[in-house]
Ligand binder design. Sequence first.
Ligand code: FAD
Length: 425
Amino acid sequence: MKSKTDCDVLIIGAGPAGSTAAALLAEMGHRVLVLEREKFPRYHIGESLLPFTYQPLQRLGLIERMRTSAFVKKYSVQFVSPSGRASQPFYFFDRYDRNTVAQTWQVLRSEFDQMLLDNARAKGAEVKEQTVVKELLKEGNRFTGARAQTKDGETMEYRAPITLDCTGKEAFSAVRNNWRMKDPFLNKVAVWTYFQGAKRDEGIDAGATTVAYVPEKGWFWYIPQHNDMISVGVVAEGKYLTRGGVKSAEDIFKREVEQNQWIKQHLACGRQTGQYFLTSEYSHHSRHCGTEGLLLVGDAFAFLDPVFSSGVMLALKSGTMAADVVHEAFVARDFSPARFTQYAATLREGVENMRRLVYAFYDPKFSFRQLTNKYPDAVGSVTDCLSGDVNKDFSVLWKQIEEFVPLPEALPVGQPLAAKHLEPA
Ligand SMILES: Cc1cc2nc3c(=O)[nH]c(=O)nc-3n(C[C@H](O)[C@H](O)[C@H](O)COP(=O)(O)OP(=O)(O)OC[C@H]3O[C@@H](n4cnc5c(N)ncnc54)[C@H](O)[C@@H]3O)c2cc1C
């Protein structure tokens, strides 16, 4: 076994969270090493961005790259009833500055994540692909790095004052520290695939995300991408999707397409391509955001049901926040868990705000139309939260929604674990 100690920050995982933190920390002069299991470009789901990804992308210096990329421009979201009736699209420019957040993108994650990782490399981060982290290293009750297997099968130990876990929904350290908990309610199943040549709406609506309802409060996403591709998937309770003993992803998908006329008609002129994907029970929260020498970022900290496309925004945002808090720790030469208190509070606030809207969405007694008919001023707050401007005081909105349906209490999780409570190695 070989041992290497020459980095300041060890980052596990090169998704949006890891690459963002890596780029910013390298730019701030730290020696950053990123370990990534896959060889990029690699496939990933999570293709529709929210308007408030603008700020982290701007900080990464990538807005021009995004503007000149092939990624489809997204100006709006629309909702379609099971009968196929489409709502008026919600245009972001009705609320936001047209030159910044009012337009976002539908991305192909293989290309988007490659761009983010190239940016981290260009800013000075060292990246080792096809390197799988197998274990976190601990000295006493402090995390000190990771043991990983390289593509040649060699086992290496990498040590650093701080390790960022950016491993996505596999939540490497939350699982191993027994911090991972499922969301009490959000345990849906998603089934999806791709179509070439399927129908797009006209003009600026061509890049809209469509959320199309199926009965029993399930829904389809319909996400137009470049190269004439559409990403289309269905999300609902597992019990509902597998009713009658239907098990295969393809059979589930084909049956559900019959449940929404808009989806059926839009797909009719297209050709299904590639495999059918299925994933289940993916919403989770980590009891702690980290402890001495360890910080969780992006999905590795928390992941919510994808209905409002919040994942990449939260990954980018937490990547920037993690970079800042780690930089401050270096300046102060203090990596004690208490430094991560505000990081955890801010992130959890954003997750909880989004989570309340997700719970309302899945409650059969709730509809956005009823809410905004009674409280027209709720449109602004709902739009802010759904656009990813999640760290705001939404208390008035929650009171208004609670007149229709109950909302969940914030989960009492996320704060850093004081090192003395961690089992020593
Ligand atoms: C069905 C579905 C639909 C979604 N739709 C959307 C959407 O439309 N919009 C949106 O914003 N979000 C969406 N998401 C969420 C989105 O996919 C995630 O929130 C986002 O990818 C999180 O980024 P991340 O950097 O935290 O993790 P990831 O992007 O998952 O990156 C983690 C990286 O860590 C690497 N890794 C993992 N384990 C190890 C290890 N042991 N060693 C080394 N490397 C490792 C992985 O290979 C991966 O590259 C969706 C999710 C699902 C499940």
